[in-house]
Design a binder for this molecule. Structure first.
Ligand code: GDP
Length: 299
C-alpha cells in the first residue's frame, strides 16, 4: 500500500491540490464544478468520467455543504466503480505447458523491464520461465533480456540482429516445450517509425506461433507507459486490432502525474488491467486492484 501510494503520489498530488483549492475557499457553484471537471480532465481521467464525477459532487451538495474530503471520497468511489470490472488478476492456465505470453507495446513503454519483473515474480513462485528476445532489431533489448535471464537463471531464446522475429517465436515455443518450461514470455519490437510494418510483423508472429501451438499466444499483454497520457489510447487502438490484446500492464506510474489515464482507458476499452509498474526494479510490479488504486489516486 505504501509503495502504491508513494508511486502514485505525483498523480494524486495534482488532483488533491486542485480539489483542495476549489472546495476549501469558495462556495460551490456551477463554475466550481466546471473547474473540478477541468482538474480531472487535466489529470487524464477522460471527459466522461470527469463529467460524471462533477455531476455527483453537484448532486451531493444539496444534502450538505461539501468539503475537499467529501469530494475526494466521491472521486474514489467513482474511480473504483470504473476500475472494478477491469481489475483482474493475471491467470496462468497450468494445463498449457508452456503458457505462452506475447508482450507488445511501443519502444520505451517498459516491455523488457516488465518481462523481467514478471519472470522474477514467476520464477520466485517456483515456475520455470523461458524468455524470448523477439525485439530482434535492437541489440540492446536482446542484451538486456539476456542479462535478466542470467540473473534469474531463466533460459533466453534469441536470434542474430535483424533476424525474423516470427521464426524466433516458433523456435522458442518448441524449445520451451522441450525444456518443460511452464511459461514462455516473448518480447517484441515496438518501433513507432513505421506503424504498418510493426503491426504486420506482430500479426505474422501470431500467425507463425499458431503453427507451433494452435491456441498460442495464450495471453497478449500490452505494456503502456502511463506518462504518455492520452497517447496511450491510440496505442491500445493500434495493438488491439493487430495482436488481439488480452490485458494491460501500465508502467511508470511512479514518475507521472498522469495515472488518471487508467480510468479513461478502462472506461473506453474495458480491457483487463493486470499489473502496474511503480519503479525500475524487478519487484516494482504490483497486481492491479481497483480499490487501492482509487484510494491512492484520490489521496
Ligand atoms: P521497452 O523499450 O518497451 O522494452 O522499454 P524498457 O523496458 O527498456 O524500459 C524503458 C525505460 O523505462 C527503462 O529506463 C526502464 O527502466 C524504465 N521503466 C520501465 N518500467 C518502469 C516503471 O514502472 N517505472 C519507472 N520509473 N521506470 C520504468
Amino acid at each position: 500500500w505504501e509503495r502504491l501510494t508513494g508511486g502514485l503520489s505525483r498523480s494524486s498530488q495534482a488532483i488533491v491540490q486542485g480539489i483542495s483549492d476549489l472546495f476549501s475557499k469558495r462556495k460551490l457553484d456551477a463554475l466550481t464544478l466546471e473547474e473540478l471537471e477541468d482538474v480531472l480532465i487535466r489529470a487524464d481521467l477522460g471527459v466522461a468520467a470527469a463529467q460524471r464525477i462533477a455531476g455527483k459532487v453537484g448532486a451531493a451538495r444539496y444534502e450538505k455543504t461539501i468539503g475537499p474530503d467529501e469530494v475526494r471520497a466521491i472521486l474514489a468511489e467513482e474511480v473504483e466503480s470504473v476500475l472494478e470490472p477491469v481489475a483482474r488478476p493475471f491467470e496462468i492456465d497450468e494445463t498449457k505447458k508452456p503458457f505462452i505470453v506475447l508482450v507488445v507495446g511501443v519502444n520505451g513503454s517498459g516491455k523488457t523491464t516488465t518481462i523481467a519483473k514478471l519472470a522474477a515474480k514467476w520464477t520466485g513462485e517456483g515456475k520455470k520461465v523461458m524468455l524470448a528476445a523477439g525485439d530482434t532489431f535492437r541489440a540492446a533489448a536482446v542484451e538486456q533480456l539476456r542479462i535478466w535471464g542470467e540473473r534469474l537463471n531463466s533460459p533466453v531464446c534469441y536470434a542474430p540482429e535483424g533476424a525474423d522475429a516470427a521464426g524466433l517465436a516458433f523456435d522458442a515455443i518448441k524449445s520451451a516445450r522441450e525444456r518443460g518450461s511452464d511459461i514462455l514470455l516473448m518480447d517484441t519490437a515496438g518501433r513507432l517509425q513505421n506503424r504498418t510494418e510493426l503491426m504486420a510483423e506482430l500479426a505474422k508472429i501470431v500467425r507463425v506461433m499458431k503453427k507451433a501451438e494452435p491456441d498460442a499466444p495464450h495471453a497478449v499483454l500490452l505494456v503502456l507507459d502511463a506518462t504518455v497520457g492520452q497517447n496511450a489510447i491510440a496505442q491500445v487502438d493500434a495493438f488491439e486490432r493487430t495482436a488481439g490484446v488480452t490485458g494491460l500492464v501500465m508502467t511508470k506510474l511512479d514518475g507521472t502525474a498522469r495515472g488518471g489515464i487508467l480510468v479513461a482507458i478502462a472506461e473506453k476499452y474495458g480491457l483487463p488491467i493486470h499489473f502496474i509498474g511503480v519503479g525500475e526494479g524487478s519487484d516494482d510490479l504490483e497486481p492491479f486492484t481497483a480499490r487501492d488504486f482509487a484510494r491512492a489516486i484520490a489521496g
